[in-house]
Write a protein that binds this ligand. Sequence first.
Ligand code: FE2
Ligand code: FE2
Length: 315
Amino acid sequence: MAPTALRESPTPPPAAVTKASGKALEDLSDAIDDVNSIKYDSASQFDAAKDKAAFRQYETACDRVKAFYREQHAKQTVAYNLAARARFRSAARPRPRLTVWQAMERLDALVDESDPDTSLSQIEHLLQSAEAIRRDGKPRWMQVTGLIHDLGKLMLFFDDLGTQGQWDVVGDTFPVGCAFDPRIVLAEETFAANPDARDPTYSTPLGIYAEGCGLDNVMLSWGHDEYLYHVVRDQSTLPDEALAMIRYHSFYPWHREGAYRHLMCPKDWDMLKAVQAFNPYDLYSKSDDVPSVEELKPYYMELIDKFFPQKVLQW
Ligand SMILES: [Fe+2]
Ligand SMILES: [Fe+2]
């Protein structure tokens, strides 16, 4: 392993810009999680003793989160999603090369100026999720899934992906190409501004899809979940359940609100159970003790090696 030989994004933006972007992204991402934490209580074991009302104030988070969703829901169109995927797959895109641990450190470095009383760093959130999964005796593939599930946020800093802003990185996700379900957060106030809501095909319940076509065939709004899913799908030995946890972890209208059942195939029902089992570890592990990165690193390095045998991933 020779990190100096790794090719990274050729024109990284200035450090000051990325730090500020990282901090802003982290703050917004935390506010979105706070809103979901408070909205969706859960009966998982590890967090049973926690007072979920103590998570950061819903009202404050709500104003910022509302403004965010207004923009996200107006701009996540079929056309945008096709363009984002074309940029991701483009043969002309120099793909950054990083190991999983390097990706964790890179993401962490981008947000390390966070105000200490607001939130933990990304690496701590990832380790807390993984450790909560480990404490509950869940399998090793699920622990490593907890460890990596938010690494897609690095997309904001890989210029060639053409990420537009926070609205195409974080936030709850939903299908594009068919009618926006009213169970999507704030749907009633926000989707009128999306041109697809007036498209004769995209505005129907099935849209461009067939009944029961399976979520593998459905285009979900582009963001860190979808990006990481496409990165790890062919570059890891993770099982389908892990890939579902990564791809659908922000798909709240589906995994918590019961929407989009008409697009599911039989396999998706098993995936739904997996995603629902994962969700509390993402939402409710944030108030756990701050993990020691150095102490935990050897354990997780071994797990990473097991599920990412080629070690260096193309991002
Ligand atoms: Fe996430
Ligand atoms: Fe997360």
